[in-house]
Design a protein around this ligand. Structure first.
Ligand SMILES: [Zn+2]
Length: 386
């Protein structure tokens, strides 16, 4: 049976074992080097590979085991970026009262509120993800997906004007630096045999639905500009500049509504409709989107759209204990089949199972059963449609 229809994949992170977290804390305290930590993480990556392979997933990741989360890990990789706590950042916030109000409503534990901030010229100290890919290549024969933080999210999270102005004249200048770095990395990943590079841009929903005073999932984002149209145009431009002319690797964008808590009420709500005009302008192969959670709205947002080539369809919620039935997943895919051919639909969880190292949204055995259900659904669908 062809594997080219209803490919099963994951979005990125996998829950990290307790012994890896201990080593991660030692690295963050400066007691061990990144390289020493990474040797311990090798073992955790092997476990993440085994879970995904045993479940029967077609295209796997390394579970982001070497990262503390999906974006601030760049502090390990790039010079010029410093991880700063809320307390440190308070001195640079204009509207302190509002900042405090927003923080008090956030269901984000203090550890997560450490932002990568640009404090000097950005230079690569190590590859951003090439080391992760090389280890995976040696240990799996499955197709490989590599998640990277997207250029807009990186810019938005790390630009704190009073600190970043030392090295970059404007937010736009900093963004161009990220575009250059990410392009270089994607070209190297393609050359080294990655099958799929996923740019994570979860803050796009925050632009649309975060509003002025609601929750957000990145403290730096609170200080960002808030004109949604301008921001979305800027994000589209950055993404297109990042991927322009790159061939030989599939490129996708992942957009969700936050994944730091199981309290669904603390996460953003609203469909993809306001983003669709921008999605249609983005020159990427696939959109990796949430559809298992009802907060993400329906698939009818694709009605009448053009230029969206592939859908990475979220069919299981990473934040629940209940494992979605094969029937539930199959019916979601049937909805998607109204807008996409079978070879253009990938089956995914809505997001990672352990976005923030210290606060995974699920346990590995439950995550494994969710992947199993996804794979069974894909098998049933292949028999029907291949
Ligand atoms: Zn996500």
């Amino acid at each position: 049976m062809s594997r080219e229809v209803f490919t099963t994949s994951v979005v990125g992170s996998w829950p990290r074992p307790a012994w890896l977290l201990q080593e991660l804390r030692r690295k963050n305290r400066g007691e061990v080097s990144y390289e020493q930590f990474s040797e311990v993480a090798d073992e955790a990556v092997l476990l993440a590979i085994k879970y995904q392979e045993d479940a029967g997933i077609d295209m796997i990741t390394d579970g982001e085991q070497r990262r503390d989360n999906f974006y601030s890990f760049v502090a390990d990789k790039l010079e010029g970026i410093k991880l700063m706590s809320v307390a440190e950042l308070m001195d640079y916030v204009q509207d302190r009262q509002r900042f405090e109000e927003v923080l008090s409503r956030l269901d984000v534990p203090a550890f997560a509120i450490k932002s990568p901030v640009v404090v000097g010229p950005i230079r690569k100290r190590r590859p951003i993800a090439l080391d992760e890919l090389q280890f995976l290549k040696e240990h799996t024969r499955r197709r490989i997906k590599v998640p990277l933080p997207g250029p807009y999210m990186l810019t938005r999270a790390s630009w704190v004007e009073p600190l970043s102005r030392e090295a970059y004249w404007s937010r736009e200048d900093l963004a161009m630096e990220y575009v250059r770095l990410l392009r270089e990395e994607i070209l190297q990943l393609a050359e080294a045999g990655a099958h799929f590079v996923q740019l994570d841009e979860p803050t796009l929903t925050e632009v649309v639905y975060g509003g002025v005073s609601t929750q957000t999932f990145m403290c730096a984002a609170i200080m960002a500009k808030t004109d949604p149209k301008e921001e979305l145009e800027f994000a589209t431009e950055l993404i297109n500049k990042t991927v322009k002319g790159i061939t030989g690797v599939k490129i996708g964008i992942h957009v969700c509504r936050g994944n730091w808590t199981r309290a669904e009420g603390s996460l953003l709500r609203g469909d993809y409709a306001p983003l669709m005009p921008y999605f249609q302008e983005m020159k990427v192969d696939q959109f990796v989107l949430e559809f298992a959670t009802e907060r993400a709205g329906g698939l009818n947002v694709f009605e009448g759209t053009s230029g969206i080539r592939e859908l990475g369809l979220g069919v299981v919620n990473p934040r629940t204990d209940e494992v979605e039935s094969v029937d539930f997943i199959v019916s979601k895919v049937r909805e998607a089949l109204r807008y996409f051919d079978p070879e253009r639909i990938y089956l995914n969880p809505d997001c990672g199972f352990g976005t923030f190292a210290e606060s995974p949204v699920n346990r590995a055995p439950v995550a494994y059963r969710k992947l199993r259900s996804m794979v069974e659904a894909a098998e049933r669908l292949r028999q029907e449609y291949a």
